[in-house]
Each structure stands twice: as C-alpha cells, then as structure tokens.
Design a protein around this ligand. Structure first.
Ligand code: BGC
Length: 376
C-alpha cells in the first residue's frame, strides 16, 4: 500500500513536471566569428522537456536532448562545446545545414541553360556539400518565432549570385521547430533571381544511446526504400537505381547497422560502409516515412519523415578519433549516423534523376521531421 502511494505520488509529480515545462525559445550570445560577426545560440524547449539548441553559425544543431524509456534525457547528436570548435574543427559538418548542394556534383561541373558552371573541387575530384564555404560555414540571420504553441527559430541567408560558383541570388529560409509531438521539424524554402540548382539538407550525426556513448552498430535501422543509388569509387552515381532486395542495402525490415556493414560488397567498399542515397518509396513532394532507428538499451526511437525523394544514410565511416566531442569523448569511427534527406547526388548531371533545378520565379519547398519516441 505504502509503495503504491509512493508510486502514485511520483507519477503525479512527473505529470506536473511535464505540464510545467514551458514551451520556450530563448537566445543567448555564442561568440563571434574571426571577422567579427555575432553568433547566437537559440534554445527551443517543448512542454515535454525536449530541448534543441541551434546556432545561426551554419544553422548547426548543437544539441538535442530527448528522453529514454525511463524519462532520462540525453543529448543524441554529436558536436562540440563551443563556437570556436565549430569554427575550426567541423570538417565532418556536424549538425549543420548543407547547401547550396548537399552531396556531390561530379568534377564540380554542371551545365544549365547552355552555360557551364564550375564549382570548387573539395572531395577528391568532386564537389561536396556546397564547396569551400558552404551554408554550414556562413552566419545566418536568426529570429525566434512561435508557430502555434511550438517554439521555433527562423534562419535566413542571402547567397549572392556567383557564391561558390553557383548562379543566382538565392534567398534561403530554414525554420527549425520543436513540436509538442516530440519532433524536430525543418522547413526549407528558397527563391532565386536566376535559374540555379539547389539541394538543401541537414547533417546531424545521431547516436540514440547519447553522444559519446559508443558506436552506432547496434542501432536497428529500417529504410522505406526498395531501391538505392549505386555509385562509383568516388561516390558519384552510376545513373542506375538498384533494387535493395538480396543486398546489404535492404533495410525494409529493421536490421542492425553493423549486421552487414563489413560484408564483401563493392558498394560498401566504395562508401567505406553505408554512405549512399536510398530512393524513398512513395511520391516525392508528399510527406512520408523515410527511415527509422531504434536503440535497445535506451528504448529511443527516431523516425524520419520527409518530402524529399531520397535519404543519404551515412554511418560516420570517416570519423577517425581525431575529434573530441561535447562530453569529452573522442568520436571514433561509426559513433554517429546521418539521415540526410535530399535529392540524389549529382542530379544536375543526371537527366533521369528528379530535377534539382530551381527556376527564377519558383519557390523551393522541402520539409523533414525527426520524430522521437520510446519503446518500453
Ligand atoms: C557524405 C560523406 C562525407 C560526409 C562529410 C556525408 O554526407 O556522404 O561521404 O564524408 O558527409 O563528413
């Protein structure tokens, strides 16, 4: 009886704490860039106590605290403790917004309306993630907003005509919202004054056991895709779409990341593990489930929904133990994984892929949701 009363009191307290947690968005100083631009850190909190910290430098998600099955919160994204580290060490694009073109463009070249554009070659002989100074390294203008009851931060950036070699003055707006359904929602919009190409994404490395808490090989992953985009040794698509059935790329049923990652498979060798785009089932432009990850010790589940045609599943193969993360732990190989919702790589050079051309007068629109829950 006594025990029952104690449990009841505890439950009551828990429910009060849940109700009491305010939905807030606040801003604090985060430092300055080397050229003196002010950088801020925005903290979003929903009524269940989930908390996301986002900086307007690179639009980086600095931390994301979500509960486990016992309501114990952990930060589930890899990253650093201070702005200085993001300014100088973020080669793996941790938590960042990626643009103008997420993923690779072969040899950094493409032709649009009869004009050939030359971009930086910053990944072997190819262009990766927008070039030398992509959207992950620029200072965005941030503004706290409340959409309904959900706290949000809107980030805007004007990428000038010719920036990193891309045509058109591009106005980009990205809104991060922390909903009361325990979702981090990212809405992207953009317009241009000249035809251009665009493929925006978000580059968080997740570890649902908590960042710094070992590798991600035991996470069970499912990907809602019957096909993926095979590549050459430089991670440029061959142009075909391959059925996942009978390959280590079949994640239709939940499978441990590590179960097949070291198999003798040409595509796994090219990617150094999983580093490929999956073709999400269903109609691009409509919101549908892209993927899900489940971590058994914590019970945490993350479901990814998107309007994009593809999702790059990258298993942190190039993390190599040279970076120390937020909790003082070294980020070794495969200690985080990314679900980067996007169009397929090298689309500007692949006429059969869904187009990444954004025409003058059109509005680019894309939404991705990372939804958190637990399995008891
Ligand atoms: C790419 C990887 C790359 C990583 C950057 C991913 O989106 O697919 O090949 O190494 O970003 O660290």
């Amino acid at each position: 009886m006594k025990l029952q009363r104690k449990i009841f009191a505890l439950l009551l307290l828990m429910s009060f704490t849940a109700v009491a947690a305010a939905q807030t968005v606040t801003r604090q100083d985060y430092g300055k860039t080397s050229t003196g631009e002010y950088v801020y850190l925005y903290t979003l909190q929903n009524s269940h106590g989930l908390e996301a910290k986002i900086t307007n430098y690179g639009g980086i998600l600095v931390s994301l605290k979500v509960p486990d099955r016992n309501r114990k919160f952990a930060d589930v994204v890899l990253g650093f403790n201070d702005l200085e580290s993001y300014l100088t060490k973020n080669d793996p694009y941790m938590g960042a917004l990626i643009g103008r073109y997420g993923n690779r463009i072969a040899k950094g070249r493409f032709t649009l309306n009869g004009v050939e554009y030359k971009l930086a070659v910053n990944n072997g002989e190819n262009h990766l993630h927008g070039g030398i100074k992509g959207f992950d390294k620029v200072v965005w203008t941030g503004r706290e907003i409340k959409t309904g009851t959900s706290p949000a931060v809107a980030l805007t950036y004007l990428s000038k005509d010719g920036e990193e070699g891309y045509p058109g003055n591009l106005n980009v707006r990205v809104v991060y919202t922390l909903t009361d359904e325990n979702e981090l929602k990212i809405d992207y919009t953009a317009t241009t004054d000249k035809d251009t190409v665009l493929n925006l994404t978000h580059h968080s490395y997740f570890n649902l056991a908590g960042e710094g808490n070992g590798d991600i090989l035991n996470h069970l992953v499912s990907i809602n895709a019957n096909q993926f985009v095979p590549t050459d040794a430089g991670s440029i698509p061959t142009g075909e779409l391959k059925n996942v059935a009978g390959t280590p790329f079949d994640f239709i049923n939940p499978t441990a990341i590590g179960a097949r990652i070291n198999q003798d498979d040409e595509q796994l060798k090219f990617g150094n593990g999983y580093d490929h785009t999956w073709v999400i089932n269903g109609k691009p432009g409509t919101m549908r489930v892209a993927a899900e990850a489940y971590e058994a010790t914590s019970g945490r589940i993350m479901r990814v929904l998107t309007t994009e045609p593809g999702v790059q599943f990258y298993t942190g193969n190039f993390l190599n133990g040279t970076l120390t993360g937020k909790s003082g732990t070294v980020y070794a190989r495969r200690t985080g994984f990314c679900f980067e919702t996007q169009h397929y790589p090298d689309s500007p050079n692949q006429p059969s892929f869904p187009t990444t051309t954004l025409k003058k007068g059109q509005t680019y629109k894309s939404t991705t949701i990372y939804r958190f829950s637990v399995k008891r």
